[in-house]
Design a protein around this ligand. Structure first.
Ligand code: NA7
Length: 548
């Protein structure tokens, strides 16, 4: 052991050292389930959670209008039919408080909280090659010594809170949407600025437009949108969902994006323009992400197909925005429909018809800084505000892990590795980091092209099976070989680079972060295909992985 390792270990053990079989980061959808599954296996496991309660995304993102874009009956756990039968969703796309309440219900019923350390953040972790164990450091100064280290830290959990210089000088409050306070925020009558019109900004803007005094929306890139159809559920709907639990559980596992709907098998080129129009109208009327994820697979790869669908959506948007100047600002033309996340919305465009809502075109005149009075744009103008809302997004996929100091073999740093090149083996493990399992990490569908609950549960199940195998075979270490990882990265890139998604700038490509290596974060080969590939690895007793 060299001197720096000795020093690092000595520093590590200043806090209290506790030994575990497995440490899970996060108590959101994935972390809660991972804790449950490993505990069920008889392992001594703890989950570390930065928030004061369970929920992950649904704990942090409590901004006005926060709502899930997956239908409630597929945004749930599948491990217990009894629990599913007890829970009653109120509507098709529930708002944040209801989803958070559901996750609390699961935590209660599975008695999860006793094994979760809340208000605690993992700050670093080091793999000790002498013992084949991880030492994980928390901001409480404690050290957790563990064989297995499972990250359920989330894909969109590292918010970009310090977006602009001068934020600290602003006289009013600044809220990033993913750090929205639990206490009510008074917006009535206030001059409110909103930066960002992604899925989050859209939900905020459409919700607060009628409450605020005046709103300035700092808009850089307009979005294709789909109007959400969100009926309340009747008892008969809920009964049918409960009845269909097992079928639905199977169904979501095999579709392209982990939803219940899938491509219908219609090929664009086999259909007449009239038939295509009819299909688009029909799917559009569903008011869900099915318009994005079921029309034609070619929409993601073929410019002509994408152009036709994009124009259809633009036409739908133009019907709602008659003013040509406003239409030009709000309707996208510079990229294709569906080449990054498509938000569902409710009266979002209509918010801009209100006299108290104004667009500041920050493509033409970018934001330079925040001043005590408000936001300064490149044209020299200061936009005076009382409250500033940042819906500016996340360091997606990698940020949750690279913001920690994770050290693998030879002290190598995951932050440095991923700052150079974002790689993983099926999004589940990384060569050089033995016994570290990652959910919602790059190069798996769970990084963006999936109904998250489907993919997170599949990944947790894979990790759980792998750990079970390790324990039953008395193994100490598992790690994908470099060659296996190279093959997965090449496979991922081949599929990704054949799509139009890689041509559009967004967090999907990491391009919202300056200097982030460009690679599609999400595996786009389909959830069903991905599951099959993961299952093959399990069935082969982890061929392509070093086991000791
Ligand atoms: P997104 O989708 O990354 O959106 C961030 C928005 O913030 C987007 O409109 C950005 O414009 C805008 N932005 C970011 N920085 C700036 C600056 N400097 N100036 C102007 N505008 C800026 O984050 P969301 O939270 O909406 O959604 C993330 C995911 O959460 C979503 O996809 C769902 O899966 C749930 P840009 O497009 O970069 O021009």
């Amino acid at each position: 052991m060299n001197t720096s390792t000795v020093a690092a270990r000595a520093a590590d053990v200043q806090g209290k050292v506790t030994t575990f079989d497995a440490v899970v980061i996060g108590a959101g959808v994935a972390g809660m389930y991972q804790l449950y599954r490993l505990r069920q296996q008889g392992l001594n496991v703890v989950a570390i959670e930065a928030g004061s309660a369970v929920g992950g995304t649904w704990y942090w993102n409590r901004y006005p209008g926060a709502r899930v874009d997956s239908q409630a009956y597929i945004y749930q756990y599948w491990f217990s039919e009894d629990l599913a039968k007890e829970w009653n969703w109120s509507e098709r796309f529930p708002a944040q408080p209801e989803t958070e309440a559901y996750l609390n219900f699961i935590a209660d019923r599975c008695d999860l909280r006793k094994d979760i350390r809340f208000n605690t953040r993992v700050v670093g972790a080091r793999f000790d090659e002498a013992t084949n164990r991880w030492q994980i450091r928390t901001d409480a100064g404690d050290v957790l010594d563990t064989k297995y280290f499972v990250s359920c830290a989330g894909m969109l959990s590292a918010p970009l809170t310090s977006t602009f210089p001068g934020q600290e000088t602003f006289k009013g409050p600044i809220f990033h949407t993913a750090r929205w306070p639990k206490e009510p925020v008074e917006l009535a009558g206030k001059r409110v600025g909103v930066v960002g019109t992604g899925a989050t900004g859209i939900q905020v803007i459409q919700t607060i437009a009628s409450q605020v005094g005046h709103m300035k929306v700092f808009l850089r890139t307009p979005q294709y949108i789909i109007p959400m159809r969100n009926p309340k559920y009747a008892d008969s709907d809920r009964a049918a969902q409960k009845q269909g639990f097992q079928d639905m559980r199977k169904r979501v596992q095999g579709t392209f994006a982990g939803f219940d709907y899938d491509f219908a098998g219609d090929s664009f080129y086999d259909m007449t323009p009239e038939a295509r129009r009819e299909l688009m109208e029909k799917v559009w009327a569903d008011g869900s992400l099915s318009f994005w994820l079921t029309l034609y697979p070619e929409m993601f790869t073929d410019q002509k197909v994408n152009d036709e669908v994009s124009e259809f959506v633009r036409e739908k948007m133009r019907e709602r925005i008659k003013d040509p100047v406003l239409a030009e600002k709000l309707i996208p033309t510079s990229y294709g429909f569906g080449t990054h996340r498509v938000p569902l919305e409710t009266q979002f465009l209509e918010a801009f018809l209100r006299p108290n809502v104004e667009i500041v075109d920050v493509k033409a005149s970018p934001i330079v800084c925040v001043t005590p009075e408000g936001v300064k744009t490149a044209d020299g103008k200061i936009h005076e505000l009382d409250v500033l809302i940042l819906a500016t997004g996340f360091d997606a996929g990698t940020g949750a892990l690279t913001r920690m100091d994770i050290r693998g073999r030879g002290g190598r740093s995951l932050t440095e590795d991923w700052n150079r090149d974002i790689r993983s083996t099926m999004g589940l493990m990384v060569n050089g980091y033995p016994n570290l399992f990652t959910t919602a990490a790059p190069l798996a569908p769970s990084a963006a092209f999936c109904n998250m609950t489907t993919c997170l549960q599949q990944q947790v199940d894979w990790v759980t099976d792998c750990i079970k195998y390790m324990e039953s075979h008395d193994l100490k270490v598992i790690e994908p070989t470099r060659e296996t990882e190279d093959k997965w990265v090449a496979h991922h890139d081949e599929i990704a680079n054949a799509t139009l998604v890689t041509k559009t700038d967004s967090w999907y490509m990491g391009s919202n972060i300056e200097g982030k290596p460009r690679r599609l974060l999400s595996y786009i080969g389909g959830v069903g295909t991905y599951r099959q590939k993961c299952d093959e690895v399990t069935a082969s007793n982890y061929a392509g992985f070093n086991l000791q």
